[in-house]
Design a protein around this ligand. Structure first.
Ligand code: ATP
Ligand code: ZN
Length: 285
């Protein structure tokens, strides 16, 4: 049987979450000592461990069929590949940062400044759109030290908490891209590989749905049953079961993580009791 080849980062910020995603999709893998590639035990998948920067090229060339990589890398490399799904991890932003001491009012303050970055294409595009003259210096790592050693006036780099910038005496002033890990694919997959990829995507979407939702069980006073049901926006038809106490019913539903506390407060104010909230492993819709 044909196997789908997935490229993931060999080590670094995306490695753990990429492996966890496969595990959450019930794909079993044994990672050998050399960690160059491995085969899944219960799914037609071969896993290639690569540097993240190389993944777009391998996907374009068909060396790998699909891959997990930051959107930032994909957009910078501009290869002919398809983005199939955002994965909700590896979240960061590509931002411009300047020395803390610089008084920054607006983007015009960047005019003519020397800017160090590993993302020359995205930075150039951003400045062109804003009609700002830029002097871009491409460097491949440790971008944040560039202003301190006199290599550039400011930088454009990936930021998540901002602590690295802070430690290097910099402040974030403009965000040029919001990024997260995505699943990307070669554009000419064979029919049988597409079938495997769609099976994997189906599992990934079920895992993602489950992560954003919680299963909720509660006891509702029958007098308030309709108001309680209408305050539960989750799954279309909640389960309603009678209880031995005929004044109450048991209500089961699914609620979204983002609205969680607002919904719980509302339910309590409507008289809901004994509310249980349970994590969900997968949601198949
Ligand atoms: P490699 O050795 O594979 O080339 P790397 O050092 O280039 O690794 P990492 O620092 O591990 O890459 O980052 C991989 C990806 O993680 C980034 O391209 C980005 O999509 C994401 N990421 C999330 N948060 C951050 C952050 N704060 N800084 C850098 N990358 C981040
Ligand atoms: Zn890299």
């Amino acid at each position: 049987m044909d196997k789908l080849k997935i490229a993931i980062q060999k080590s670094g910020r995306l490695y753990e979450d990429s492996i966890k995603l496969l595990k959450d999709c019930s794909i079993e893998i044994n990672i050998g000592i050399d960690k160059l590639k491995t085969t899944a035990l219960n799914f037609p998948l071969e896993i290639l461990f690569l540097r993240d920067d190389d993944i777009p090229q391998y996907l374009e060339d068909g060396v790998a069929d699909i891959g997990i990589v930051g959107k930032n890398v994909l957009l910078e490399k501009r290869k002919k590949i398809n983005i199939k799904e955002s994965l909700g991890f590896g979240k960061c932003r590509l931002s411009i940062a300047v020395p803390k001491s610089l008084i920054y009012k607006n983007i015009n303050d960047l005019n003519g400044k020397k800017i160090a970055t590993s993302y020359p294409f995205l930075v150039k595009k951003f400045f062109r759109k804003k009609c700002i003259k830029s002097d871009i210096h491409e460097i491949s790592g440790a971008v944040e030290i560039a202003p301190g050693i006199g290599l550039a006036d400011c930088i454009c780099d990936l930021v998540s908490s901002g602590s690295t910038l802070f430690m290097n005496g910099l402040k974030e002033v403009e965000t040029i891209l919001k990024s997260e890990a995505v699943l990307a694919a070669n554009i000419n997959l064979t029919f049988s590989k597409k079938i495997i990829m769609n099976k994997l995507l189906f599992r990934i979407r079920s895992v993602k749905q489950a992560k954003n939702n919680k299963y909720i069980l509660l006891n509702a006073p029958n007098k308030q049953l309709q108001s309680i049901i209408s305050s539960l926006p989750g799954i279309k038809n909640p389960v309603i079961l009678p209880l031995s106490n005929s004044k109450f019913s048991s209500v089961h539903s699914v609620i979204n993580e983002n609205d969680f506390w607002k919904i719980i407060e509302n339910l309590k104010s409507l008289g809901a009791k004994d509310i249980l909230v349970i994590p969900i492993e997968k949601i198949i819709l």
